[in-house]
Design a protein around this ligand. Structure first.
Ligand code: FMN
Length: 198
């Protein structure tokens, strides 16, 4: 797939089929993620790829339960587009036990080597995560950025055995899409660009 088409149609896919994703595609996503740039080519990223059904169920119950308790009641109070997004986010978290794979994108504080800073952790994590998501789209797989660590970080770390000095940057569920990919809705370029001067 042409990279521009992948970018244009890479909607957050929150409805995923339970069909397994072949190992070769999982490897390809990891390859794509690790082709990303990073500060000083520090490549501080590390990934936990979760496919074990018991672990996925534990995470799904934890995150789905937390999100439903804190945000479930908001669905009916939001404007339609936001309500649709939240419904999708709750659906994804609550169906995680059936989702084939979850990529947890992490990084240690590694850059600059003489005085590693947290800001560069995120500089490592996000390009890698976006590479992974675009590669998934190009392979016909659905995914989305998620930040589930923000609702249950302590428990997530415990379930996955993530060391204390490792930051969790993104959680990315991946599977074959249950719904159609479609054009992303974004602000027009002209509205956000300043030429030569703000
Ligand atoms: C850093 C980041 C965190 C996000 N966290 C979540 C999340 O926790 N759950 C979720 O369902 N979507 C999450 N999203 C996806 C956004 O909601 C989505 O990309 C945005 O609404 C645009 O939708 P679209 O990509 O379908 O056009 C996140 C996106 C980013 C970039």
């Amino acid at each position: 797939m042409d990279i521009f088409e992948a970018m244009e149609t890479c909607r957050a896919m929150r409805y995923l089929r339970p069909d397994p994703v072949p190992d070769e595609l999982i490897d390809k996503l990891l390859w794509a993620a690790t082709r990303a740039p990073s500060p000083g080519n520090s490549q501080g990223w590390e990934f936990v790829v979760v496919r074990d059904r018991d672990v996925m169920s534990q995470i799904g119950e934890l995150v789905g339960g937390r999100m439903t308790a804190s945000m479930g009641g908001l669905v009916d109070t939001l404007p339609p587009s936001q309500a649709r997004l939240l419904r999708g986010a709750l659906h994804l978290a609550n169906t995680l036990p059936q989702v084939p794979a979850l990529f947890v994108v992490c990084s240690r504080r590694v850059y600059p080597p003489q005085d590693p800073q947290e800001v560069f952790v995120w500089s490592c994590v996000y390009p890698a995560a976006q590479n992974l998501i675009l590669a998934a789209r190009a392979l016909g797989l659905g995914s989305t950025f998620a930040t589930w660590q923000t609702v249950a970080e302590t428990e997530l770390r415990e379930i996955l055995g993530i060391p204390e000095d490792v930051f969790i940057g993104a959680t990315i569920p991946v599977g074959y899409p249950e719904r159609d990919f479609g054009p992303v809705a974004r602000r027009p370029v002209a509205e956000v660009v300043h030429h030569d001067h703000w």
